[in-house]
Write a protein that binds this ligand. Structure first.
Ligand SMILES: Nc1ncnc2c1ncn2[C@@H]1O[C@H](COP(=O)(O)OP(=O)(O)OP(=O)(O)O)[C@@H](O)[C@H]1O
Length: 227
């Protein structure tokens, strides 16, 4: 059965300015796949994610993400590409001066939603998906770190993305809460959204056996094993 590719990179060279970080990357991720991205600090994981969300241009090679052609991606198209992506990064936290509801409303309004009823419904939908509807009126500081991360995931789901990119989403969490977050991301992938998750947490990788790709020695390797 032919799959439905949501990320397809062919012979892509990943540069940070003049420095070649990863050479000749070939990567295909299908709808609903769950993939771990591993590699030492500085090996190129974030750079690879940047290629995928249109923050770095591809020089050599070809790339398609959620039907956007990365090679010919105009700057003005980047926000539309990002709407197809849910981004869960550590440095992309909740706005601390407003409630969970207002955090989510802010993103919807910034991405073109203006019908109040649809906005309210969508906010409830995504909060249900992460099991936190009861926290809708709370401020970020009134909920735990794990709950905040679930809200960040809810926020990433607002525009029904084809792909979630998660960079160390469990970095600041205790082991039990980390497992809950990854379980949630797994469930999201099973409902059809591909998840690409960069992590250094081998306990998590062992607990949730999945496809692993690794950045090492200036290359991206498939079917990586952890020891
Ligand atoms: N903005 C930048 N300008 C120039 N070089 C950069 C820039 N960002 C990263 N690099 C370099 O590119 C290489 C890959 O960095 P990258 O951040 O992709 O690694 P990483 O695997 O994500 O590391 P970490 O696990 O620490 O996040 C490193 O040598 C880094 O110094």
């Amino acid at each position: 059965m032919a799959g439905h590719s949501v990320i397809n990179l062919q012979n892509v060279d990943v540069y940070q300015q003049k420095h070649l970080v990863l050479a000749n990357v070939n990567l295909n991720i299908e709808k609903g796949e769950f993939v771990f991205l591993i590699g030492q600090t500085g090996s190129g994981k974030s750079s690879l994610l940047k290629i995928i969300y249109g923050d770095l241009h591809i020089g050599n090679g070809n790339g398609k993400v959620a039907d956007f052609d990365l090679k010919n991606l105009a700057d003005k198209e980047v926000p539309y590409l990002r709407r197809k992506l849910g981004i869960v990064f550590q440095d992309f936290q909740l706005l601390s001066d407003r409630t969970i509801e207002k955090n989510l409303e802010f993103v919807l309004k910034a991405t073109g939603w203006n019908d109040e009823n649809l906005i309210n419904e969508r906010i409830k939908d995504v909060l249900d998906k992460v099991g936190l509807r009861s926290k809708i009126k709370k401020m970020p500081h009134e909920i735990s770190g794990g709950e905040q991360q679930r809200i960040v995931i809810a926020r990433a789901l607002l525009n029904n993305p084809e792909i979630i990119l998660a960079d160390e989403p469990t970095g600041n969490l205790d082991p039990e809460t980390s497992e809950e977050i990854v379980l949630l991301l797994k469930q999201i992938s099973q409902s059809g959204t591909a998840v690409l998750m960069a992590t250094h947490d081998y306990h998590i990788i062992r607990t949730f056996p999945s496809r692993i790709i690794k950045c090492e020695g200036g290359r991206m390797h498939e079917d990586a094993q952890i020891s």
